[in-house]
Design a binder for this molecule. Structure first.
Ligand code: GLU
Length: 448
């Protein structure tokens, strides 16, 4: 049987040879939806995959701003409006020095399927800049954000494209951007999510991604007759996603034992389980230094291991919550040697394709990020609903909805696994479940 997906992977490789991250996700998604493509020859006729791998629109612009020394700085700004079959483009903005179209296209492509899995009416997009807020003053960040929005404002809106945060973009940056957006457009609307609660933000949005990851982990373990109770967890990162994940893990009886930063990792064998320890993550984040080492100053029983990743530590659960391609083949081998059984991906695409394959072939269940971390964007959609209603939802309502959404995502992933005889391959199951809904919508909308 001819391999349909390979044809499109080759097209992407030919068109975008210098965007390895984008090619990585295209290859991962298309390979796993092969059985669906074979079952639906009409997709081929409609050029569906050919259209799917090309963003509907890609905006690229200059962002000039003046630093505290009075010097003019210029960064590059982008928005990738990838797919609007299911709703307005929805996805975060990433501010990080390494941002270029290949990273934003990988994130935007992932976002299409992630957003689809939530069952909510949101399309996929992503944006950002090679501006890095670390080490900048508040005034510099504000001037940059205002300049960024002075261009981007014309391309976004509550029914067009709704940005949110991602790495380097938190409540502060969203506040400055929504402020400038409101000033230019004279609209106080649901164009932004991840806002502060006094700016129309959703109660519970900050912890939503991490909480959702743990709800998803709970469903995965339940499926295999297991539970989170008493499980040790190796977590990477110490940002918003790690913090929410650790908070919920502890609440459900598990024991997180690591966090990490660009400087190395912390191993706390007693568990990062007390409110004081969890609060320390926020202090590390707010220090603006992007290092985790100071954790041991407060908790001397913990160890700081410089320059390494935590994947060498033996644990029941591995939960990468930091960045893409954090777990490479070398780490996957160490994890397998340590008997890894569950990898729950918190960050977007934290594992290389070959490492995912190797882990799955060696008895490790992989819960893919598209499914596991969809709670953040799902709550962003709830924030859009709240803003459209001009009301304020309470935390209990948000937590309930979030839990139901994560249970739903696991259910449709499990169903796709059963339908296509995929065994424990949740990666393919989630890709298929996400793809089916987008494909249906695209087929109904004609060749656009
Ligand atoms: N940046 C988050 C993600 O990767 C959230 C996006 C959003 O809330 O729109 O899903």
């Amino acid at each position: 049987m001819a391999n349909i997906s390979q044809k499109y992977i080759d097209i992407a490789k030919k068109n975008y040879p210098n965007e390895p991250e984008f090619l990585q996700t295209v290859e991962e998604v298309l390979t796993s939806i092969e059985p669906v493509l074979e079952a639906h020859p009409e997709y081929e006729k409609a050029g569906l995959v050919k259209r799917l791998i090309e963003p509907e629109r890609m905006i690229s612009f200059r962002v000039p701003w003046v630093d505290d020394n009075g010097e003019v700085q210029v960064n590059r700004g982008y928005r990738v409006q990838f797919n609007s079959a299911l709703g307005p483009y929805k996805g975060g903005l990433r501010f990080q020095a390494n941002v270029y179209p290949g990273i934003l296209k990988f994130l935007g492509f992932e976002q299409i399927f992630k957003n689809s899995l939530t069952g909510l009416p949101i399309g996929g997009g992503k944006g950002g800049s090679d501006f890095d807020p670390a080490g900048k003053s508040d005034a510099e960040v504000m001037r940059f954000c205002q300049s960024f929005i002075t261009e981007l404002y014309r391309h976004i809106g509550p029914n067009t494209d709704v940005p949110a945060g991602d790495m380097g973009v938190g409540g502060r940056e969203i506040g400055y951007m929504m402020g400038q957006f409101k000033r230019i457009t004279n609209q106080y609307d649901g164009t932004w999510t991840g806002k502060g609660t006094t700016n129309g933000g959703l109660n519970g949005r900050t912890e939503a991604t991490g909480f959702g990851i743990v709800f998803f982990a709970r469903e995965v373990l339940k499926h295999f007759g297991d539970s989170l109770e008493g499980k040790t967890a190796v977590v990477s990162g110490f940002g918003n996603v790690s913090w929410g994940t650790i908070t919920k893990l502890v609440e459900l009886g598990a024991k997180p034992i690591t966090i990490s930063g660009p400087d190395g990792y912390i191993l706390d064998e007693e568990g990062i389980t007390t409110p004081e320890k969890i609060e320390t993550l926020l202090e590390l984040r707010n220090s603006g230094k992007n290092i985790c080492a100071p954790y041991v100053d407060k908790f001397p029983n913990a160890k700081f291991i410089p320059g390494k990743r935590p994947w060498e530590v033996k644990a029941d659960l591995y939960m990468p919550c930091a960045m893409q391609n954090d777990i490479t083949m070398d780490w996957a081998k160490e994890m397998v040697a340590n008997g890894a059984r569950y990898l729950i991906e918190g960050a977007n695409m934290p594992t290389t394709n070959e490492a995912v394959q190797y882990l799955m072939e060696n008895g490790c269940v992989v819960a893919p990020s598209k499914a596991a971390n969809a709670g953040g964007v799902a709550c962003s959609c709830l924030e859009m609903a709240q803003n459209a209603e001009h009301l304020i939802w309470n935390k209990e309502r948000v937590y309930d909805e979030l839990e139901n959404i994560m249970v739903h995502i696991f259910k449709i992933t499990e169903e796709a696994c059963a339908k296509y005889d995929l065994g424990e391959n949740l990666v393919a199951g989630a890709n298929i479940a996400g793809f089916e809904r987008v494909a249906d919508a695209m087929m109904m909308q004609g060749i656009v």
